[in-house]
Design a protein around this ligand. Structure first.
Ligand code: HEC
Length: 138
């Protein structure tokens, strides 16, 4: 049985954007609706989004990239729903979760259309939403 990352990894959130700290578990979509802690939900979305955030601003993407964007969009729909349903901190928190879900929809649509400009913009919007919610609630 795998064990979730512990508080021993306190520096992880700071290092995560640099890509230098990754949790040990790789979560699947099916894990998300059962998660017992918001931290786990956050890791589940960080795992799929951090590699995509590194691709912001590229002029072109491969079919593999687009497939990853669509998968990441689907993951965010699950994580944002779970965050609201079980770990809500009130209306403003829910609004950030809704915003991230909307960003996820934009990302999936742009990737389905293989639109590089819109895909990059949706990734940047999602990243901004992560930061905005963290600034207020983390
Ligand atoms: C709706 C608000 C909200 C949004 C949107 C949000 N987060 Fe979080 N995030 C939080 C809160 C609150 C915490 C602190 C959770 C805790 O310590 O219990 C957190 C913590 C984290 C952590 C640290 C987890 C840990 O184990 O300490 C990571 C990583 C993370 N978020 C990644 C992301 C990423 C990536 C995104 C965007 C794709 C995102 N978050 C969007 C609210 C949000």
């Amino acid at each position: 049985m795998l064990v979730r990352p512990t508080k021993a990894l306190l520096l992880c959130p700071l290092l995560l954007l640099a890509g230098s700290c990754a949790p040990k578990i790789v979560y699947s979509d099916a894990d998300v609706p059962k998660m017992a802690e918001l931290d786990d939900v956050m890791w589940a979305q960080a795992q799929v989004m951090d590699p995509q955030f590194k691709k912001i601003g590229r002029a072109t993407y491969t079919d593999e990239d687009y497939a990853a964007f669509i998968a990441a969009g689907a993951r965010l729909k699950l994580t944002t729903a779970r965050a609201k349903e079980t770990f809500s901190k009130g209306p403003e928190f829910n609004a950030f979760a809704d915003q991230l879900a909307a960003n996820a929809g934009e990302l999936a649509d742009a990737a389905t259309a293989k639109d590089a400009v819109k895909s990059s913009a949706a990734l940047a919007s999602a990243k901004a939403t992560c930061k905005a919610c963290h600034a207020k609630f983390k």
